[in-house]
Design a protein around this ligand. Structure first.
Ligand code: IMP
Ligand code: MG
Length: 176
């Protein structure tokens, strides 16, 4: 049974696992021999990041970053602030940003521009979820787990006011 405030399960644990494995295989083939750097923007991406990395079967490195997007609101502002920067230099590296969800695109658009200035050899985006109907900025992920309609989702790392990140599935939030 879904918990309180979960209207329904949108994507189950097994559906997530199956898709994450497919994405891992795609990235494994794409980046073989390139020692890619996978970047996890905290905190929403942690579950996806940890699961995806275990499906990548080539040598690679990881790093973490924190940028501000939502406060106690459910719409991002278009202004992005670095709260915690990467610890490694991405110059000349094959970098992949691993994101939980692209909504308006504001956060990732700014983050991508910021990181492009550091001259990586390449910079791709792998997102678990995409809500293209909400897009404000022109931004297309290179890899996407699931395209979803305009719904506010929680679980598998994603939150509402820091709650629900620990749900093992992706649910539709309901405030009734
Ligand atoms: P954007 O800047 O509007 O694309 O928002 C990006 C960030 O907002 C994502 O990385 C998530 O952390 C958060 N976000 C967007 N939509 C949702 C949602 O439906 N549930 C939970 N978090 C979301
Ligand atoms: Mg995020």
């Amino acid at each position: 049974m879904p918990e309180h405030n979960v209207e329904r399960v949108l994507i189950s644990e097994s559906e997530i696992a199956e898709r994450v494995e497919q994405l891992g295989s795609l990235l494994t083939e794409k980046y073989r021999g390139k020692n890619p750097l996978f970047i996890c923007p905290l905190k929403g991406s942690v579950m996806f990041f940890a699961d995806l990395l275990r499906k990548i079967k080539i040598p690679c490195e990881i790093d973490f970053m924190a940028v501000s997007s939502y406060n106690s609101n459910t719409v991002s502002s278009g202004e992005v602030k670095i709260l915690k920067d990467l610890t490694c230099d991405i110059g000349g590296r094959y970098a992949v940003i691993v994101e939980d969800i692209i909504d308006t695109g504001n956060t990732l658009y700014e983050l991508k521009n910021m990181l492009e200035k550091r001259n990586p050899a390449s910079l791709e985006i792998c997102t678990l979820l995409d809500k293209p109907s909400r897009r404000v900025k022109k931004l297309d992920p290179d890899y996407c787990g699931f395209t979803i309609p305009d719904l506010f989702v929680i679980g598998y790392g994603m939150d509402l006011d820091e709650e629900y990140r620990n749900l093992p599935y992706i649910g539709v939030y309901s405030n009734t």
